[in-house]
Design a protein around this ligand. Sequence first.
Ligand code: CMP
Length: 138
Amino acid sequence: RTDRTFTMLKPDAVEKGHIGAILDKINASGFRIVALKLTHMTTQDAKAFYEVHSERPFYGELVEYMTRGPIVAAILEKENAVDDFRTLIGATNPADAAEGTIRKLYAASIGENAVHGSDSDENAAIESAFHFAGREMF
Ligand code: CMP
């Protein structure tokens, strides 16, 4: 099987009506969507998902942001999926993101940065299982 990564189109991207454009760019970049849904994280969900950042000063703000509206969760398949997707989305801070990357095009700030991409194969599997049941992954 080829590699998989997990992504979320965050509340700012959904609010601004960018779901279609971002998914189109993901497909055009060679990723196959193998799971997809619109969902709204609870505070408990967001705290757990971002547990690794719980000691950071922006944790509270991050949980507020990620729960303020629906997100799109998806699992993407491609050779070298984790690294290639992180290249496609660009740097965490859109001010540092390369031309043509999703964050350069659609992110407002380092906090509201439009899209998530897993940082390792292991986290991709953990994050996918957090959001999807087995029968929702194809
Ligand atoms: P991501 O890298 O997908 O996961 C952690 C998130 O925390 C990051 O996206 C941003 O949304 C947020 N984040 C990271 N750094 C900061 C920061 N300095 N201030 C506010 N939010 C941040």
